[in-house]
Design a protein around this ligand. Sequence first.
Ligand SMILES: [Zn+2]
Length: 349
Amino acid sequence: MLKRLKQTTLQSLKTVGVSAMVHNSRWRGERLLILAYHGISLLDEHEWNHTQYMPADVFRLRLQQLKDSRCAVLPLAEAIERLYKNDLPDRAVAITFDDGTADFYSRAFPLITEFSVPVTLYLTTFYTQYQRPVFDLMTSYLLWKGRGENLQLKSLTTEDSKIDLSSFAAQETARVALLRFAHQNNFSAEEKDDLAHKLARKLKVDYDLLLEKRIMQNLAPHEVTELAASGVDIQLHTHRHRTPNDRKLFLREIEDNRQSIHALTGQHATHFCYPSGAYRRAFLPWLKECGVVSATTCEPGFASVSADRLLLPRVLDNPALSPIEFESCLTGVSAALPRRRVPAHKVIG
Ligand SMILES: [Zn+2]
């Protein structure tokens, strides 16, 4: 109901010319919209988690809308530099992708090439080196796939409970129990993958098919190299998708990530995105110390010259947004309306 009211309001604002006025306003002209994406579905991932996955046809519509609304899509580094010089072109936008899931290569990149827009990919590198599904995400996805089943946890962990997986809350309970079990037993990446494989068997899900389709896997090293050579800007997202509160460990995450990216692309990455959008003020001096020049969050909004370079807001696009809602993000009209908060993606790795 609220969504319909919002759409009607947005349509009315468009009809009477307010949207175009805001889009061409000085207010919008001084602001940068940084769009955030994660995965483009290979199968049904958007039905499992629509805040993290989008069908390719919706992403195509987004690129078409960007083109039709004459937005200036800039490379992220240039956009940030021009933001702080008060030199942005009208309707400035930067496009970012987080994590570097395998679908970026086969689903997102062909469309990015077709529409010829610059894109920054914040790459988490552990699962690029280890070419198996991201354990945390795969566990969640498998439990959703098996939502018609009852799971005996004892067959996988030391916990003795039976969970009816029909609700999201129950799937979440099972996910937490499995992650806890892996953590408490200090499982290696291989042992976690074995556990995911066993879970798939219990839930009658074809794990080999998911492996073949590269569901919940990251880009392979050679794909990252090829994407970088084709103009995709590969930047920092930590090696293991985590931001430790300890300075040394935090810096190690950035350094491992940076070295992996350099080995694959020959580039020295200096732009950063907080994994899961989670940040603390204490991180800022550490980021400066290791030469990071910008960092993006998942706080919704436009970046203005008054924003801290290490706390730049972004708008997380998701397929639940209708075309008129997405258009209101581009124009800036959405900034004046109350908004529902879209949760950041789950922690992986
Ligand atoms: Zn991420």
